[in-house]
Design a protein around this ligand. Sequence first.
Ligand code: AMP
Length: 663
Amino acid sequence: MDYKDLVAVYEKLESTTKRLEKIYYVAKLLRDSNDKDLPVLILLLQGVIFPAWEEKKIGVASRLVLKAINVATGIEAKKIEHEWKQTGDLGKVAENLVARKKQATLFSRELSVEKVYSNLKQLADLTGQGTVDKKVKLIAELLTSATPNQAKYIIRVVLEDLRVGTGEGVLRDAIVSAYFPPIFGVYNYCINCNNTVPAADKCIECNSKLDGKFNSANIEKFESYMENYNNNLKSGKDKIKILKIKNLEELQHEVLNNYGVIVCEDEKQAREAYNFLVGSLQEALDISNDFADVALLAKNKGLSGLSNVKLEALSPIKVMLYQKAADILDAFEHVARPAALEFKYDGFRLQLHRNGDKIKLFTRSLEDVTAQFPDIVKVIKENIASRNYILDSEVIGYSPKTRKFLPFQHISQRIKRKYDIKELIEKVPVIVNLFDAVLVDDRNLIKLPFAERRAILKKIANELPYKIQLAEQLVTADNKEAEEFYKKALELGNEGIMAKNLEAPYKPGSRVGYGVKIKPTMENLDLVIVAAEWGEGKRSKWLSSFTVACRDDDTGELFELGKVSTGLKEKVEEGVSFEEMTKLLEPLIEEDERAGKGAKSVKEIRVKPQIVIEVGYEEIQKSLTYTSGYALRFPRVIRLRADKPVDEISTLSQVEEWYYGQK
Ligand code: AMP
């Protein structure tokens, strides 16, 4: 596939904020793609080269891109830097400068998606001496053949900052739209331009009037149009068959395979049918975690392919998430009585996988951290009586001296540390608290009730004090017993308790409410840092104030919520320090005013949104200062959330919900 076709879609995506339109453009591209290009397209649409769970990163700094633009265009580095300072966007700089250069040479070779991907992938694979020059060459080679707007997107992907908003939700819906028959009501045919387009007032393709309303007159019109369409088909082309359904059970694999469009009884059912298809895809995704695999399955094997995705130890699945309950009564409302109450340990989530002799450990963002925890590998090898499993757990660190639980900060060192692991194991030993079983002895337990999964877990786990244990649990229907359990949990230094429905299945990747958490404090927000300011006086070598943002649920776009500067420590031992934060953010700096203007001016810098922090606050207020429309009163940094990916940070609708909730 030509890279220009992908770039045309990037531009369309950038030009609209409407979700259905984005889905439409992505679906169209996917439909036109062959099996070979599809996996690459899926990655590039998200602006990445590797799937989220791969540890590999492109790892190219802005300076290197600058050099590549210099090599490709022959334009002086100083000039490029000047332009960068002005626009603050190296993608735009590449676009402008390639345009200038193109006028002079008029040389261009058509870039393919494959070529772009292959060069970018090599960037991550290069290590050792002389790699800088090789990397510059790889990028410059692409820029030389690129048109100006292609150059812009190439650079944005190199810098891992695509900004076109193809979040996972849009991609998932686009795969459904690309490979399953459109559902009338969600989609409609445009009689004017012969396209299946989102049901709306106007056709997205030709802008002609389109009555998207779902009513019987419209269905009739639609059917007679389709009849006409089929009658007038040129020979060799397939007729489009309409499937009329009365209930959702009729949506079976064979049926979907044979029909070109689905018509439901009413608008509500049309929505449900659409949600059913999206849900089937999501279920496959939660297990396989690989958009490309699942897209290929949907394309070539349809609905039955999706339902055959197999749970396998050693490949991470998305973890089940929990909702929040206000208190014990509210929790029982959610999960029914009796419920399983458990301590909510304040550590980090760890998926434990074993297949034969191989063991792998994954964080909740599906990062492989096996190498960092040889102590856990040993403990589970010796104390879990199965050679094939996926278990869910919360790992906490404790002080070897006092035997008290340690704050999250200490274990986060263990997640990040890649050297001197032995020493750290002694300093921060950990306890594995097992709380769920997803697969045991090659048996998929997802659909079993929680009580049965817990029983299986109990059977295979040998508990060892301060090493491995089942999460402390109490099954009760009684308010008073529950209150006491909650009190005990807090007294022992836990964050709160979980209440779980005993009958519920394990639902990977969703916050379905089969379990809820109860914690005493106002819910903190997990936010990503998008900008920062250099400090003054004795803090002038550190970044000391951080602009934080939440994300839009659908598009992933980031919205600022305010600046936070308290909660950080001057000394390293006491928690997150300014120095640590500065070190984390420095490689992510996009524009550095200070660098250009001499040492002392205090200025804001923008950073790539990658560092997630938990932020506490007194209150959420309406505000015109920040792009979210809200601001936090007395925000403070609670801790780094190295375990939380940016696409799981707090969402704008959560902020809104809490704003109204607190009133
Ligand atoms: P939160 O991160 O506030 O949404 O709370 C949910 C998290 O609590 C889970 O993702 C786990 O990491 C953690 N957790 C601690 N103890 C348990 C438990 N007994 N059951 C489930 N999750 C737990």
